[in-house]
Design a protein around this ligand. Structure first.
Ligand code: ZN
Length: 474
């Protein structure tokens, strides 16, 4: 059996590289780099870290946030090996943007007629149009044969006829096209379903330098880490609140293939961040409203009525308070926070509410103001443009795109100037105590308590050494 592809059968589409130093989510900065360990809470250390933040551009690719997997290096070849011979030539090709399957196969050594036969067969089980850049395709060719025709002499190839083509469009699915045993010119396609087994996984670790590093050292898959950051982003300022000696704990769904390799992850079921001795527990639960969310032990939603940062992938470029104005040059109180991001980056409504203004507004350029409940308003300035349908009296939901990053009005470059107002006065969006989100009531609360007990019992089971041993042996 060919063992070549039995390494973990997936990877996150956009791998987090060492150069990507911060992850921003919901306005929270998380140090991904271990180059700046948290020091003993000195003012200098804090000042340094703030300084460094503005230097480093944090871009979290949207595709990373969707937790979408693609199969890379995950093309099991043993299935094809039943009729293939050891002298067959295997090639692994990766689809690049602009490639067609035809061009890819021909470049790898197939003749146009072989490629056409294989693609036609493939279409029975999988549309060749669905093949996306990044996908790895394993090709098997017969050994080269002596050229027979003039055409073959003129265009010699380093392989013989194409015998098989195999790829994995998702972790559960393998697509294979191969020649039939008795007819080397006839291709047939088949689909192989890989059964995955779901098990609950638990990870915990002490945070010594950064949450990212602690989670990485505990082998927390990247997309579970992202789910954790998202769930906690309304509550925790990852840049400033995480201290040495804090802990995290996570329970999540993990799917394993028949060889017990982690094939993909599902939901984060439970999280606990122990910050300076306080436990922040979150339980995943779907109330009767149908909107799944994370709730603390008392049934309070982790979400807040307002987001601290209404734009993804931004870096904080200017804080609230006194500063030298970059255009006017003199000291002025900055009544909002600025987030730098590429022109055209979507801006979200920070909370549910009604638009009270969406037009040009002097030095603010293109400007949106939203009225929320409990005396809160949010304002967004220097927009490149407004999202479709954004106008006065329009009702918006939290997270809905209202406009795009630009540099209209008095502005030095593409950024969002964001203000939170309480009873008509600007407050610091990063410091303000935000109004709470949904609190579960009556029947929902009752059901949640039962679900919470179940999760708590499961965690206790997972904590037992036997459970851990069982997980490893299975
Ligand atoms: Zn500003």
């Amino acid at each position: 059996m060919n063992n070549r592809f039995h390494t973990p059968t997936f990877m996150v589409k956009a791998a987090l590289s060492g150069s990507l130093s911060i992850l921003t989510l919901g306005g929270i900065f998380l140090w991904l780099s271990n180059s700046t360990p948290i020091e003993e809470g000195t003012e200098k250390a804090k000042a340094d870290s703030v300084q460094a933040t503005t230097e480093i551009v944090a871009i979290l690719k949207t595709d990373l946030m969707t937790s979408e997997y693609i199969a890379v290096g995950a093309v099991p070849t043993e299935i094809a090996s039943e009729f293939l011979t050891p002298s067959d030539i295997e090639k692994l090709v990766t689809v690049s943007s602009g490639d067609t399957l035809m061009s890819l196969l021909v470049t790898a050594g197939a003749t146009r007629s072989e490629a056409h036969g294989a693609i036609t067969a493939l279409a029975d089980v999988y549309s060749p149009r669905k093949i996306k850049p990044g996908l790895d395709i394993a090709l098997t060719f017969s050994p080269p044969v002596a050229p027979l025709t003039i055409k073959e002499i003129e265009k010699p190839r380093d392989v013989g006829p194409l015998r098989a083509m195999q790829f994995q469009p998702s972790v559960e699915r393998i697509v294979k096209v191969s020649t039939t045993e008795d007819n080397a010119n006839q291709y047939i396609a088949e689909e192989i379903h890989r059964p995955l087994t779901m098990k609950m996984a638990r990870s915990t670790n002490e945070i010594t330098s950064s949450l990212y590093l602690a989670a990485t050292n505990a082998s927390v898959p990247n997309d579970i880490m992202i789910k954790m950051i998202r769930a906690y982003s309304f509550d925790v300022d990852f840049q400033r609140e995480i201290q040495k000696g804090d802990r995290f704990e996570l329970v999540y769904e993990a799917y394993y293939d028949e060889n017990n390799n982690l094939a993909k992850t599902g939901q984060m079921i439970y999280g606990n961040l122990t910050l300076s001795g306080d436990d922040l527990q979150l339980y995943r639960y779907t109330p009767s409203s149908g909107f799944t969310d994370y709730f603390n032990g008392k049934g309070q939603s982790a979400k807040k009525a307002l987001m601290r940062t209404p734009v993804d992938g931004a870096r904080l470029s200017s804080r609230f308070g006194k500063r030298k104005h970059p255009v006017l040059g003199y000291n002025k109180v900055h009544k909002g926070v600025d987030f730098a991001a590429p022109r055209g980056t979507p801006i979200y409504a920070a909370g549910d509410g009604v638009i009270v203004r969406a037009n040009r507004f002097s030095s603010f350029g293109n400007y949106v103001k939203i009225r929320h409940h409990s005396g809160y308003e949010t304002a967004y300035a220097h927009l490149k443009g407004f999202a479709k349908g954004m106008k006065k009296s329009k009702r918006v939901r939290q997270g809905q795109v209202i406009g795009y990053i630009g540099t209209t009005g008095r502005s030095t470059g593409p950024h969002l100037h964001y203000e939170v107002l309480f009873n008509g006065r600007q407050v610091n969006p990063l410091g303000v105590k935000l109004p709470a989100g949904e609190k579960l009531k009556s029947a929902d609360l009752k059901k949640f308590k039962i679900e919470k007990q179940k999760i708590d019992r499961m965690i206790n089971e997972l904590k037992k050494p036997a459970a851990l041993a069982g997980l490893q042996l299975n």
